[in-house]
Design a protein around this ligand. Structure first.
Ligand SMILES: Cc1cc2nc3c(=O)[nH]c(=O)nc-3n(C[C@H](O)[C@H](O)[C@H](O)COP(=O)(O)O)c2cc1C
Length: 327
């Protein structure tokens, strides 16, 4: 019998909230952690003073395990090293690190040496095995996922293949889990817990623009597409988004279509930017990158983060030793 995700992370419910850049600030992360799951704030491109300001708010908002998400391929090895060092130096031990995609060995070593918990999202069996070998929690992302896609398998195919190779590993399923029914299917495929992105986009504490939240609650699977058009700021990685005028006509001129603010600094938003519209973005929101998973038909109303956690807690394991994946 293996430990549940809840036991590994020191939380009550085997549920991870994705550290979505722009959407998942300290407010959402702390609300999720205070409700008994593992919240996570998106670090994205923050470094130096802006990252410190975010970390201060995160650690002021909860004493429970909470994460900081970083994306190795977006920032590159040098800046990732700076971000990791800052998180390790400026946060207490209950703050875990969450990575989207594989880092280099030095990052694994550094996080292990600091005794911090690490969660890494992958899209292939090969990467999942490498992550498990380094003692980290493996998040298996299927192509049903909202956001950038790390592989080409469906969620439960990848979960099943990883479980076969890694009978003892802590394995989390991600992609297309909008309601407890899909979480139940992922557990049956061999997962110890789940990671949710889109279901938390619509949470009251999420910083997604109101138009984006409303669009997710109104959408179903047929309204999502896999595309590569939102490449400015994060090139060369396919992503699942709500279909927009930009996905329908990728040959349009790249010009500024809006404005936004990140940690107090103003930016213009070009058409085809990878940045999501947040509550401080203005302009043509309806043309921007609204990442959304395939199970959005099951996400029908805006709820508090605590209500989302409570809804999924009914089907997810707690800290008791897992019987899941047996029989
Ligand atoms: C709006 C949005 C933004 C995302 N941004 C990030 C991110 O910054 N870092 C990350 O690790 N994953 C990010 N993801 C991907 C999630 O980690 C996860 O793979 C996905 O949300 C799971 O599918 P679901 O949306 O169907 O739950 C994002 C997903 C969404 C929907």
């Amino acid at each position: 019998m293996r430990a549940t995700l809840a036991a590994v992370l020191g939380i009550d419910v085997s549920l991870l909230q994705s550290g979505m850049g722009g959407v998942a600030g300290p407010e959402l992360a702390c609300a999720v952690s205070n409700a008994g799951a593992a919240g996570c704030a998106g670090g994205y491109k923050l470094v130096g003073g802006p990252l410190s300001a975010m970390l201060d708010r995160l650690t002021a908002g909860t004493d429970r395990p909470v994460g900081v998400n970083l994306i190795p391929e977006v920032v590159g090895p040098v800046e990732l090293g700076q971000q990791v060092a800052q998180v390790l130096d400026e946060t207490p031990p209950q703050v875990y690190l969450s990575l989207f995609g594989m880092p280099g060995d030095a990052v694994f070593d550094r996080i292990a040496a600091a005794g911090r918990r690490l969660v890494v999202q992958v899209g292939t069996v090969e990467d999942g095995v490498r992550v498990a070998d380094r003692g980290a929690v493996v998040v298996a992302q299927g192509i049903e996922a909202g956001g950038h896609l790390l592989g080409t398998s469906t969620r439960d195919e990848l979960v099943g293949a990883l479980r076969e190779r890694l009978p003892e590993a802590c394995l989390v399923a991600a992609g297309g889990i909008g309601a407890p029914a899909a979480a139940g299917r992922a557990l049956a495929a061999g997962a110890d817990g789940v990671l949710l992105g889109s279901a938390f986009v619509v949470a009251h504490e999420s910083r997604a623009h109101p138009y984006f939240k409303q669009a997710v609650t109104a959408a179903d699977a047929a309204d999502t597409v896999i595309t590569d058009v939102y490449a400015i700021g994060w090139p060369n990685r396919r992503h699942r988004v709500l279909a927009t005028a930009a996905t329908r006509d990728p040959m349009q001129v790249t010009k500024f279509i809006g404005k936004t603010v990140v940690e107090g600094k103003s930016y213009l938003v070009p058409r085809f930017s990878a940045a999501v519209p947040t509550d401080v973005t203005s302009g043509r929101i309806e043309e921007m990158a609204m990442y959304c998973g395939q199970d959005c038909g099951a996400i029908s109303s805006e709820l508090s983060a605590a209500d989302v956690v409570a809804e999924f807690a009914r089907v997810l394991p707690g800290v008791a030793v897992a019987e899941i994946g047996k029989g």
